[in-house]
Design a protein around this ligand. Structure first.
Ligand SMILES: *[C@@H]1O[C@H](CO)[C@@H](O)[C@H](O)[C@H]1NC(C)=O
Ligand SMILES: *[C@@H]1O[C@H](CO)[C@@H](O)[C@H](O)[C@H]1NC(C)=O
Ligand SMILES: *[C@@H]1O[C@H](CO)[C@@H](O)[C@H](O)[C@H]1NC(C)=O
Ligand SMILES: *[C@@H]1O[C@H](CO)[C@@H](O)[C@H](O)[C@H]1NC(C)=O
Ligand SMILES: *[C@@H]1O[C@H](CO)[C@@H](O)[C@H](O)[C@H]1NC(C)=O
Ligand SMILES: *[C@@H]1O[C@H](CO)[C@@H](O)[C@H](O)[C@H]1NC(C)=O
Ligand SMILES: *[C@@H]1O[C@H](CO)[C@@H](O)[C@H](O)[C@H]1NC(C)=O
Length: 601
């Protein structure tokens, strides 16, 4: 009768303890086990926070009722995203949910249940691996780990969006993207900025007018790796060495490619949450290609401005990247149309301006008149530039992209127009268009979604209210737990002192073959930690024999892992205890004595 009561109590105890542990797990928000989720309605709360609090991850608003799952600097004013799972596919502000499944997959589901993003689709190991954990590191890396082997199954650092963080390697095949712009390692081992527009593509950094060596780079080293270090130097294997103006440790930085095509380094001002630019790839913003589209000119004075060439007007009044269209008819050269007789064409000079690329002819040692004549005779030549250096260089331009003007520029472009064309009148149109700025491009990535009243849940939502309820419940159980333990001890007249509620819970788990070992027991079992089976970030795994027959692996947690405190250890035990509970991995027990923390799986 008494024994029955005790066993009954123990059974109740077990379920109470696991509930209590679940509640505890939710407080350690830098590591989560399978079955955790956050719905977009609870976005005020982050999904995870890094142990030192620098980074948070969760839902960020990217438009009207549109949300992304992102990582950001906790202290930044507007939660500047440094990584985003679903940048191009925002989810609805109602009914969407991010989950870390029991199969070890981090997934983002939209209101209708569609998975818009998942870690396994993004290069991760296919699902079906149990017992994984997801954590946000102090570096800003979101990592899915196999705690047994301490291997990384998936990490956000491998899938950058537009930002690099200190210590995050940027390697061959990776891409930072903002609109039509990207940072890549090119086939020649050089780190470059690329414009890949709807019509044309071109590399614009390092500045194409310089050779690789003139730009201070090399294409000799094929390791193709670039990293921003902790003092603010961005070093690349092509010998790029970019230094922040505020060099030094302890400053929170990021390197971001932006919608104007520039690649900049920023430092966080932690008191204001604002960002200060400390380096940029392009000194002149107009060096980025494609900002103003075809037949238009980029000017920096002191902000970016686009304007149309004389005789042209904006193709799309709201989008400078669409460029400008001529107000005169242009012959179709591919139809074999004869060029107009030279005396019937004329040129309009646009001073201190040049266009990059699309040369249809190049000649050296020619006079200005010869160059002019060459362009007239050549149907596809739309304009030419002439340089006096080197005995006279003549560049004939076919299509006019990447126009750029600067008062410091010595080159002028000569635009071919029909003889009947009056340039004075259209110049007025061009001037009026010049007031618009290019920076509007940056607004184009904003995405809005219609609000919805449809709630489609795969599973019942777990909201903060329920968690509060669970906490209260767990608290009451905790008190009952302590009472039970106290009574138990009193009955059994144990010599031992009463351990904390947490440890007591695990003691009771012994009945499910999950027990606490002493350091001595494990030391003996492993023959003084003789036979090493494997080694990982959080510890070394040894072979051991328990009770003379059961072969076990003993994981001895690394010292720097254990010094993070008991809370960390108990959090891991919680996860493991739950794994054990569902009988996927058999954990025989654990050991916790001062600095010695071990698991015996
Ligand atoms: C869910 O919504 C998205 C976006 O509105 C849509 O593309 C997708 O087809 C929908 N899926 C289902 C199963 O209805
Ligand atoms: C190539 O670059 C890597 C990374 O910067 C560096 O460690 C290595 O020494 C370089 N190799 C050569 C041959 O310069
Ligand atoms: C942060 O911003 C404040 C207010 O603008 C300024 O006084 C302070 O010097 C800044 N701190 C750093 C480290 O730039
Ligand atoms: C944050 O957003 C507000 C309002 O949109 C804006 O005025 C402010 O400049 C932003 N701050 C930063 C640091 O981007
Ligand atoms: C020029 O003529 C070619 C061949 O007939 C045709 O394919 C092309 O679309 C024409 N181009 C323009 C701009 O009209
Ligand atoms: C060109 O246009 C301007 C302004 O509309 C006008 O004053 C001028 O007379 C025109 N010139 C010719 C040759 O048509
Ligand atoms: C930016 O574009 C929007 C439409 O996309 C337009 O209404 C607005 O006037 C533009 N703003 C500027 C400063 O050009």
């Amino acid at each position: 009768m008494m024994a029955g009561l005790v066993i009954g109590c123990l059974a109740v105890q077990l379920s109470l303890v696991s509930l209590l542990l679940c509640a505890f797990a939710s407080t350690t928000q830098h590591t989560l086990g399978g079955g955790s989720s956050l719905s977009v309605e609870d976005r005020a709360r982050p999904f995870l926070v890094s142990p030192d609090g620098t980074f948070s991850c969760g839902f960020l608003q990217v438009g009207e009722n549109a949300f992304a799952f992102s990582i950001w600097f906790t202290a930044s004013q507007n939660s500047t995203a440094v990584w985003t799972a679903n940048r191009d596919f925002p989810v609805n502000g109602r009914g969407s949910r991010v989950s870390f499944t029991r199969d070890g997959e981090l997934a983002l589901a939209d209101v209708n249940g569609t998975t818009v993003w998942s870690s396994s689709k993004m290069g991760g190991v296919s699902g079906g691996r149990r017992g994984l954990t997801v954590s946000l590191k102090d570096t800003g890396n979101l990592v899915i780990t196999d705690p047994w082997t301490s291997t990384t199954v998936w990490q956000s650092f491998d899938w950058p969006t537009d930002t690099l963080l200190p210590s995050q390697p940027f390697t061959r095949g990776m891409k930072l993207v903002a609109g039509y712009y990207s940072l890549i390692f090119d086939n020649d081992n050089v780190l470059r900025l690329l414009y890949y527009g709807p019509d044309v593509a071109s590399l614009y950094w390092p500045v194409p007018s310089l050779t690789i060596y003139q730009a201070g780079r090399t294409n000799y080293n094929s390791s193709m790796i670039a990293v921003l270090n902790n003092i603010g130097v961005f070093l690349s294997s092509d010998q790029l060495q970019a230094q922040a103006t505020d060099l030094g440790v302890g400053i929170k930085r990021r390197l971001t490619i932006e919608h104007d095509g520039n690649f900049r380094m920023y430092s966080l001002n932690e008191s204001t949450g604002g960002w200060t630019q400390t380096w940029s790839a392009l000194v002149q913003p107009c060096q980025a290609h494609g900002l103003c589209g075809r037949n238009s000119i980029c000017k920096y004075q002191p902000s970016l401005q686009c304007s149309c060439l004389p005789g042209h007007e904006m193709t799309d009044r709201e989008d400078w990247t669409k460029g400008c269209s001529p107000l005169f008819s242009v012959g179709n050269c591919s139809q074999g149309a004869a060029p107009p007789p030279p005396e019937q064409s004329k040129f309009v000079k646009v001073p201190k301006t040049d266009f990059y690329g699309f040369d249809v002819g190049y000649s050296e040692s020619v006079t200005f008149e010869q160059c002019r004549y060459l362009c007239l005779e050549n149907c596809p030549c739309a304009a030419f530039t002439y340089r006096l250096d080197g005995g006279g260089k003549c560049y004939q331009k076919g299509r006019l992209f990447n126009g750029y003007t600067s008062p410091k520029y010595r080159v002028s472009i000569y635009l071919k127009v029909p003889p009947y064309f009056n340039v004075s009148a259209p110049l007025i149109a061009a001037a009026s268009a010049a007031g618009l700025t290019c920076s509007n491009n940056s607004q184009r990535h904003r995405q809005d979604l219609e609000p919805t009243n449809t709630y489609v849940y795969g599973k019942a939502p777990r909201n903060s209210g329920k968690w509060a309820y669970l906490f209260a419940f767990a608290g009451v159980l905790g008190v009952l737990d302590l009472l039970f333990i106290a009574t138990g001890w009193w009955f059994l007249s144990s010599k031992q002192s009463i351990p904390s509620a947490m440890e007591a819970g695990y003691r009771n788990l012994m009945t499910s073959q999950f027990r606490r070992f002493t350091y001595r027991e494990l030391k003996d079992a492993t023959g003084n930690f003789k036979e090493e089976l494997g080694r990982g970030g959080s510890g070394v795994v040894y072979r051991g024999v328990l009770e003379g027959e059961r072969v076990v692996a003993v994981k001895r947690l690394a010292v720097d892992f254990t010094v993070q405190g008991d809370e960390e250890f108990w959090a891991e035990m919680t996860v493991l205890g739950r794994i054990n509970h569902i009988n996927l991995v058999r954990i025989w027990g654990f050991c916790s004595e001062r600095k010695h923390k071990m698991l015996a799986p």
